[in-house]
Design a protein around this ligand. Sequence first.
Ligand code: ADP
Ligand code: ZN
Ligand code: ZN
Length: 754
Amino acid sequence: MAIMRYADIVLPLAQPLYTFAVEEGRTLCEGMAVAVPFGRSKIYTGIVWRLHDRKPERGTVKNVGRTLYPEPLLDERQRALWEWIADYYLCTLGEIMRAALPSLMKPSGCGEEEFAADEFRPARERFAALAGEALEAEGRAALLERLQRRAPRQREALEELAALAPDGEKVPRGVLRADSAALAALARKGLVALGEREAAAPAARCGESFPLPPLSPAQQRALEEIDTGFGTRRALLLHGATGSGKTEIYMHLIARTLARGGQALLLVPEIALTAQLVDRLRAVFADRVVVYHSRLTDRRRTETYLRLRRSAGGELIVGARSAIFLPMNRPELIVVDEEHDASYKQNEPAPRYNARDCAVMAARLVGCRTLLGSATPSLESYLNALGGKYGRVVLDERYGGSLPPQILVSDTLRAVKRGERRTHFNKLLLDRMAETLAGGGQAMLFQNRRGFAPYVECRECGWTARCPRCNVSLTLHKGDGRMVCHYCGHTEAIPEKCPRCRVTEPAPMGFGTEKIEQEIARHFPEARIERLDRDSATSEGAFRRIVETFARGDADILVGTQMITKGFDFGGVELVGVLNADNLLNDPDFRSAERAFQLLTQVAGRAGRRRTPGTVVIQTAEPEHPVLRQVVAGDYEAMARCQLAERKTFFYPPYARLVRLTLHHRDPVLVRRAANTLAALLRERFGRRVLGPAAPPVDRIRGEYLAVVLLKIEAGASFGRARTLLRELLARMHDDPANREYKSVTIRCNVDPQ
Ligand code: ADP
Ligand code: ZN
Ligand code: ZN
């Protein structure tokens, strides 16, 4: 057998693998974390990717430093997934390492001492165990007798320990009722051993039963279809209406998985928005629920990662997209809830992966099953289901026979003409609000812009306030009275006089959630109002407080952005108002119609989730818009047919794959030239599949100018070959001496951009 003397190691950098030497006699295996010297006397955490015996051609090879964890951090399945992501999303393994491992697990770029100080130390647990004389049954009896009179507390402690672990097994101190003084006294006599060890992972408990809600006949049928479907397919789409009780079906599938000692992963779009869901899952699965997302402390995430690494199975992991990187030793089921949600895709920074698609891939790599759930599936998944790549299960009955909401489209222009518009509300919406509130019901108002006013304009000369570093207008926030850039965070005060014509004070135009909150308070001074958006939900605690206040019925109206649309189950909501559907419908993106349908259907789904059917009022200037008609009819198929036909004609996903190449530089002329060169280079090989260069809608961010080149590869062609070619061309763009002037231009690749 060859002696493996070299290790190719992944460092948490946007760089290729580096080769280090392995000293003789050292045992390393793939997936292990090691400390390695890199750069000028800096230490990095690295992952051993490959072991081999080929000496690198150039340079001196440094030795691998010490091993950081006793077991490999990545198993084979995870390494296969990383490889796939790096290949598919055109990124480096190092970039994946940055996203996949909590930072505490990978101190990097520091000196030896700092590295040692930063290194993760697992929590330790104190234990007690019988020792000496107390280990033998006979000796113990005599001891207990003797202690009976002189030290009853010690006797109790000894008795408790003997009952739990008669053969001297270690018992965590947390489990014992005995007090420390008694245990310490026994330890001094040599009858008990006290010590510390690394906290052990709880063992899998098989055959456990959970307090599951019984399913309705329709849910039961769906569950059976899922079972049949998984017999022949790895991935299934559960197309279930809002309020049909998809969560309960997930619970049944999960319970069976856990009872076998298997593990289930439930991915949710944004975990902070799903506190309610986690509560529901905890009520059934108790301490089997493991939550993982980026808002947890790094320490918690590290502990969770290591605990799962060592687990023997039996957990339900609930997490946001990054949970796809967690180790699973007994993976059996992955559920992707609200699979259409754009937040599964990480757009910035690399790896620009879509956790939903990774979940489907992961199932193939390990042989587990993936269930994609949604009331409004993405057209990609829908087409995959129609084409037989995924199985499809439909559940269109709402649970408990609650009726779908009545959706009313309210024409804003007509309301203005008839004098039936008050501030940003049509009379229809105000009337319904009044009825709802008078009857003790709750209402939700949706506006997809936060802040007070999306722009500030001079009525005299048309000047608008713009960010000095980004090509966007500034949004006025009333709370602090300042204008804010939503791209870079730049803020400034609203000018007293228009800086251009100096005639008047510029005025706030348009409306965001803050303004709606203020206006609705004027219309209904008695109502208790809460607002949910990124400005009010600044922390998880603030978020929870708002959601719980509303859920308890301690608020009558909830105003919010997209945040209020996601998966909430508020029983008292009878009315949902959409203040302005037009900016959803008129977004220039090719997905805007699909997105508008999904969003409006989801918002509408918040109304009337109990017996009384809810009402939804959608305000728009285009009441005849086909998407609105599809939303009103609740006709997903009509939307899908219509949009798929368009996508086919114009050659967009799911009929083509897109790769978006974005060039960044401070010099607008240089970025333009580089984009032209890149587009020409790509055209040599890809021909008409190359579009652009073009300026994106926001063509300057944080002082950098942007240009975009788009690559469209038809669904039938080999995307793997296209990526190989693209990689070669990008390398040429970078290495060709003729392109030296573009060295400082950054090119970012986004595969399947959302
Ligand atoms: P979805 O996620 O499909 O929109 P939910 O899972 O939130 O729907 O279910 C809607 C409501 O119906 C929730 O309040 C849920 O608790 C209730 N529900 C659904 N199925 C059941 C069931 N089998 N038993 C009891 N309650 C159920
Ligand atoms: Zn002016
Ligand atoms: Zn800005």
